[in-house]
Design a protein around this ligand. Structure first.
Ligand code: NAD
Ligand code: TYD
Length: 341
C-alpha cells in the first residue's frame, strides 16, 4: 500500500510514520511537509530514506505541486498537515484559513481524479466546542467551533464531506482529543510544563487552571488511524478518545511532582480569550465498529512522556533554541526526493 502522509514532520504525523514503519513494513510512505515552525526534521532524523520512506518538502496550498504529487498513484492519503496552536490562531487566523481550509480543499481537488483513493482526514474534538460538566459529545452532537483554529478545522471537515458527497471521494474523518507523548513541540501544554519545569521557569496556567482536556497517548491515536485505513467504511466519522477528562492544574501538579519540582513554579496568568472550558468525547462508536481501545493509561503515558523528554534533552534544547529549523538544510535535502524542480 502506498501512502501519502501530509504533515508527517509534526508531532502526531512523525509518531504515526514510526508506528507504520514498525507495524506495517509492507507500506510505502511519502511524507509531504512544508516544515513550518511546527515541522521538525529532527523528529525523523534516524529514519533512512529508502523505498519504504520518502520525504518531500512542500506546501499543501500549492496546487501545482499537489497535482504532480498525486501522479504517484497513492492508495491512501492521511491528512495531518495543519496549523494547530489555538493561541496562534487567536493572534492571526490567516495561516489557519490558508492551510487548514484552502490546503485541505487543494488536496481534495487532486484526490478527485483517483476514485479508489482513501482520504483519512485528521480532525479534532475542538469542532464540537465546549462540553458541559458530565457531557461527552458523540458523532451526532452538533458542531460549534469557538476558536479560529476550531473554526478552520470544522470548515475543512465540511469540505471533506462535500467532496465525498459531490465527487465520491472515499473519505473517513477522525475527531481526536488532545494527544500527548514524544516529539510534541513545547508550545503545547504538556511539553511546555516539562520544558519549563526542567529549567525552573514559571509555568503559565491560564485562568483558574480548571479547564478540562480528554488526553490520549499518541500511540493510541496511531492505532486508531491504522485501523481506519484498514477497515473504516468510506463516509464514516469517528470520535477517538480515552474518555477521561482531566483539569489542567492536575496535570501541572502531576508533572511537577514526578520531576520533584516545587508547585511555586505555577504562575496563574490571564485566561485565553474564548477559552473552551471542557473537551470530552464519547468514543464508543470506534470501539464497537473497529475494535479500537486505548492501550496506554494516562498515568503510564505521562510517565513515558516525561522520561522521553528527559532522555532527549538535545531534541528539547534544539526545539527551544530554534536550532531544529536548520536541520533540514544541513542534512535532509541531500537525501530527500524532490519533485524534479
Ligand atoms: P503539529 O503542529 O505538530 O504538526 C503540523 C505539521 O503540519 C508540521 O509538520 C507542519 O510543518 C505541517 N504543515 C503545516 N502547514 C503545512 C502546509 N501548508 N503544507 C504542508 N505541511 C504543513 O500538529 P499535530 O499536533 O501533529 O497535529 C496533526 C493533526 O492532528 C492536525 O490536523 C491537528 O489539527 C490534528 N489534531 C491534533 C491534536 C493534538 O492534540 N495535537 C488533537 C486532535 C487533532
Ligand atoms: P494546548 O496544549 O494549547 O491545547 P488545546 O488548547 O488545543 O486544548 O492547551 C491545553 C490546555 O492547557 C488548554 O486548556 C489551554 C491550557 N494551557 C495553559 O493553561 N497554559 C499554557 O501555557 C498552554 C500552552 C495551555
Amino acid at each position: 500500500m502506498k501512502l501519502l502522509i501530509t504533515g508527517g514532520a509534526g508531532f502526531i504525523g512523525s509518531n504515526f510514520i514510526r508506528h507504520l514503519l514498525a507495524s506495517r513494513p509492507d507500506f510505502e510512505i511519502l511524507n509531504f511537509d512544508k516544515l513550518t515552525y511546527a515541522g521538525n526534521s529532527e523528529n525523523l532524523a534516524d529514519l533512512t530514506i529508502d523505498s519504504s520512506y520518502q520525504f518531500v518538502r512542500g506546501d499543501i496550498g500549492d496546487h501545482r505541486t499537489i497535482e504532480r504529487l498525486f501522479e504517484s498513484n497513492f492508495d491512501a492519503v492521511i491528512h495531518f498537515a495543519a496549523e494547530t496552536h489555538v493561541d496562534r490562531s487567536i493572534e492571526d487566523a490567516s495561516p489557519f484559513l490558508e492551510t487548514n481550509i484552502l490546503g485541505t480543499q487543494r488536496l481534495l481537488e487532486a484526490a478527485r481524479r483517483f476514485p479508489n483513493l482513501r482520504f483519512i482526514h485528521i480532525s479534532t474534538d475542538e469542532v464540537y466546542g465546549s462540553a458541559a460538566p458530565g457531557e461527552s459529545f458523540t458523532e451526532e452532537s452538533p458542531i460549534d467551533p469557538r476558536s479560529p483554529y476550531a473554526a478552520s478545522k470544522a470548515s475543512a471537515e465540511h469540505f471533506v464531506r462535500a467532496y465525498a458527497n459531490t465527487y465520491g471521494i472515499s473519505a473517513v474523518i477522525l475527531r481526536c482529543t488532545n494527544n500527548f507523548g514524544p516529539f510534541q513541540f513545547p508550545e503545547k501544554l504538556i511539553p511546555l510544563i516539562i520544558s519549563n519545569a526542567s529549567e525552573n521557569k514559571p509555568i503559565p496556567v491560564y485562568g483558574d487552571g480548571l479547564q478540562e482536556r480528554d488526553w490520549l497517548f499518541v500511540t493510541d491515536f496511531c492505532t486508531a488511524i491504522r485501523l481506519a485505513i484498514d477497515t473504516a467504511k468510506p463516509g464514516s466519522l469517528y470520535n477517538v478518545s480515552a474518555g477521561s477528562p482531566q483539569p489542567n492544574l492536575k496535570i501541572v501538579r502531576t508533572i511537577l511532582q514526578t520531576l520533584g519540582k516545587s508547585e511555586s513554579l505555577i504562575q496563574f496568568v490571564q485566561d485565553r480569550p474564548g477559552h473552551d472550558r471542557r473537551y470530552a468525547l464519547d468514543s464508543s462508536k470506534i470501539r464497537r465498529e473497529l475494535g479500537w481501545a486505548p492501550a496506554v493509561s494516562f498515568e503510564d503515558g505521562i510517565r513515558r512522556t516525561i522520561e522521553w523528554y528527559q532522555s532527549n534533552s538535545q531534541w528539547l534544547d534544539h526545539a527551544r533554541s530554534g536550532e531544529y529549523r536548520t536541520y533540514y538544510e544541513r542534512h535532509y535535502d541531500r537525501r530527500s526526493q524532490t519533485l524534479g524542480n
